[in-house]
Design a protein around this ligand. Structure first.
Ligand code: GDP
Ligand code: MG
Length: 434
């Protein structure tokens, strides 16, 4: 309906002024909830939100977006910066030695094969070494994957001496003229002191150029302890975030990055060896926030909304002298941002909402009706008597009832705005903004 459309228009105008602790509170609460439900560690959430708040207070709110939307954009930018900080490509060492560590089931063996495949594409001659001696099936699993991807492979099924296996694997790789050697290790369901000691010894022996923690993207609050324990013992150089093809929001990555500073390198997106991507901070940030595509909405607003025009409009709204001419201008601003459906789709929590069939068409009809009015009529809608309405209906190709409907809704809207004026206005505006 028109009221809804005007509501949207108003929403685009509501963020006039500066960001304050008061007008940010609601949005920050939403972000806090989003981060927590993405399984980001609560301490990391608190720290992050505090930092963002400090950054935001006193900033001018862009015309054309709400403070909430602007905050989400600032938060997103901060998140992208934090997640992407220090992300470099792989070490350039040749031979390149990579040690893969992590909890049981996190995806170490799979990721070893995936990374081997990726290195092969980059022109390396990769070689994988099975250092998980606790489960024969794990060795078989790596061997099958190595065969499938045509990677060099080493295992010693009889040995229980992991560092010795490492040394032997290095020799075998050298023999095979491999120039990238990946060491797959064992994991436990929880951090296990003995196991970490074993990997530590392997690390000392093989002197890897990279030590990658493989972590399940769905890892919850415990991600922090896991990452700390592995980092303290093994000086991690990177993180591989796995199972991001599921619904995990990947908050673990933010926890791990914040606590250890270890950069995120790759993302696993499926069970197949090809399901492996270089890490893109912006993709993960919007996934962790789960805020629809508010960020691009704000960007579009920045590009398309005429800031001065929006300011003038806001002033009119405050004075409650909003007429049909203003309404037309406002609709055109919205149109510049894209279709109503695409704008709705970018609002947090509304992405699933379907506008009634033909909402954009309806908006076009409303526009046509207003365009058939004279400037006088647009400025003074009370001029619109029966014969004028008939002329407008004919001119815009609609039925007279549609013109009547538009006028009725517009009058309601005007009355609402008059109510905002005066003492209760600020409070009501604030309610509308919430
Ligand atoms: P490991 O115990 O750390 O060596 O873990 P595995 O490599 O054996 O993986 C455990 C399970 O997770 C296997 O069933 C894998 O197929 C699966 N897996 C690993 N990475 C991914 C991923 O990125 N996406 C999905 N969907 N499954 C994965
Ligand atoms: Mg394994």
């Amino acid at each position: 309906s028109l009221t809804e459309k005007l509501g949207n228009a108003l929403r685009n105008l509501r963020g006039v002024g500066k960001l304050t602790e008061e007008n940010m509170a609601e949005a920050l609460k939403e972000v806090r909830t989003a981060l927590l439900s993405a399984d980001v560690h609560f301490k990391v959430v608190r720290e992050f939100v505090d930092r963002v708040q400090e950054k935001c207070v006193g900033q001018e709110v862009l015309k054309g977006v709400s403070p909430g939307q602007q905050i989400v954009k600032i938060i997103n930018d901060e998140l992208v910066r934090l997640l992407g900080e220090g992300t470099t490509d792989l070490s350039g060492a040749r031979p390149l030695k990579i040690l893969m560590v992590g909890l049981h089931g996190s995806g170490k063996t799979t990721s070893t094969a995936k990374l081997g495949k990726l290195l092969k594409k980059r022109g390396y001659r990769p070689f994988v070494a099975a250092c998980d001696i606790y489960r024969p099936a794990a060795i078989d699993q790596l061997e099958i994957l190595a065969k499938q991807e045509e990677l060099g492979f080493y295992a010693d099924r009889a040995s229980k001496d992991v560092p010795a296996i490492g040394t032997a694997a290095l020799a075998a790789a050298k023999e095979a003229t491999a120039d990238a050697i990946l060491f797959d290790t064992a994991g436990r369901l929880q951090i296990d002191h003995d196991l970490i000691e074993e990997v530590k010894k392997l690390r000392e022996r093989i002197q890897p150029d990279e030590v990658f923690l493989v972590a399940d993207g769905a890892l919850g609050q415990e991600a922090v302890n896991v990452a700390k324990a592995f980092n303290d013992a093994l000086q991690l150089t990177g993180l591989i975030l796995t199972k991001m093809d599921g619904d995990a929001r990947g908050g673990a990555a933010l926890s791990i990055k914040t606590i250890t500073g270890v950069p995120i390198k790759f993302v696993g997106t499926g069970e197949k060896t090809a399901d492996f991507d270089t890490f893109y901070p912006d993709r993960l940030a919007s996934r962790i926030l789960g805020m629809g595509d508010v960020v691009s909405l704000v960007e579009r607003a920045q590009e398309n909304i005429d800031q001065k025009e929006a300011e003038k409009m806001a002033e009119k709204l405050r004075k409650a002298d909003f007429n049909l001419e203003d309404f037309l201008a406002q609709m055109q601003q919205i149109k510049k941002m894209g279709s109503m459906q695409s704008i709705i789709g970018m609002m947090p929590g509304m992405s699933g909402m379907q506008l009634p069939e033909g909402a954009d068409k309806q908006m076009a009809r409303t526009e046509a009706i207003i365009k058939s009015m004279t400037i006088q009529e647009r400025r003074k809608p009370e001029l619109l008597n029966g014969s004028r309405r008939k002329r407008i209906a004919d001119g815009s190709g609609v039925k007279i009832v549609e013109v009547n409907q538009l006028m009725k809704q517009f009058t309601q809207m005007q009355q609402m705005m008059k109510m905002f004026k005066g003492s209760g206005a600020k409070k009501m505006m604030r309610q509308m903004e919430a």
